[in-house]
Design a protein around this ligand. Structure first.
Ligand SMILES: [Zn+2]
Ligand SMILES: [Zn+2]
Length: 252
């Protein structure tokens, strides 16, 4: 069984026929889905979807793009959502200095308070990082975080090593399959026990669907690519990524 460790099922392109989306994935062996919040509203939607579907789990958090829109009591609101039995992590949260949709200083403060919330509740964090490698790692260290995943990894090997040293897992998405990038070289150097896979649906469709709205069933293209990179068979890679995801989110 495959697990999509990171998708956004509440976006219209998926939510409009969610039952079909999940069935299509299940027919191709994708048995569980982690639906990731990006702000308070989508976090609530993720929890509602997890409530409705046995195989969907939720994370709650505020994405750096949304950092400047949070109300003062957002941590309290996330804390309440965290009490739900199917909420398994805080995130996605982090820093995005590529688009800088929120001021860096606000991004940092909203990121740090979510890390503190995760730490005090002993739950893993789902980290978003774009063009902010050093700072993301510095903030994680300051907050004492050792449990989580660097989602949609797209930085360099040095950054991957720094995440691994802290204790985090590295998750690969559809961009692993894109031509002319160094991610396969980096993926080859990540210990198998620390690798996760995700679709980040509806974004980042893998080759040969690049540019189209993504769906969780396409997780298999990423697992296939990883299996090829590590020179092991697809079944073995499926088992490894599944148990890595379970160990991080379900059996901590
Ligand atoms: Zn992200
Ligand atoms: Zn995402």
């Amino acid at each position: 069984m495959l697990i999509d460790s990171h998708c956004h099922l509440y976006f219209d392109s998926l939510n409009a026929d969610l039952q079909d989306v999940l069935e299509r994935a299940q027919a191709l062996g994708v048995g569980q889905f982690i639906c990731v919040g990006i702000d308070l509203e989508s976090s609530r939607k993720a929890v509602a979807i997890a409530d409705q579907y046995t195989d969907v789990f939720a994370t709650v958090g505020v994405h750096p793009h949304e950092a400047s829109n949070v109300p003062k009591d957002f941590i309290r609101q996330l804390e309440v959502l965290l009490e739900h039995p199917k909420v398994i992590a805080i995130g996605e949260t982090g820093l995005d200095y590529y688009r800088n949709l929120s001021e860096p200083v606000i991004q940092r403060s909203v990121f740090r308070s979510q890390l503190d919330l995760a730490y005090s509740n002993d739950v893993p964090v789902v980290i978003h990082n774009r063009n902010a490698d050093r700072e993301v790692i510095a903030v994680l260290k300051e907050a004492g975080i050792y449990k989580g995943v660097a989602h949609c990894f797209s930085s360099d090997l040095e950054t991957a090593k720094a995440f691994l040293e802290i204790g985090l897992r590295i998750s690969f998405a559809g961009n692993l399959t894109y031509k002319n990038n160094n991610l396969p070289m980096i993926a080859k150097k990540i210990p198998l026990k620390r690798i996760l896979v995700e679709t980040d649906s509806p974004f980042l469709s893998p080759v040969p669907f690049r540019g189209k709205p993504n769906e969780p069933w396409r997780i298999r293209y990423i697992v296939e690519k990883l299996a090829e990179i590590h020179g092991i068979d697809l079944d073995a890679m499926t088992k490894i990524t599944r148990s890595n995801t379970e160990n991080l989110f379900f059996f901590q």
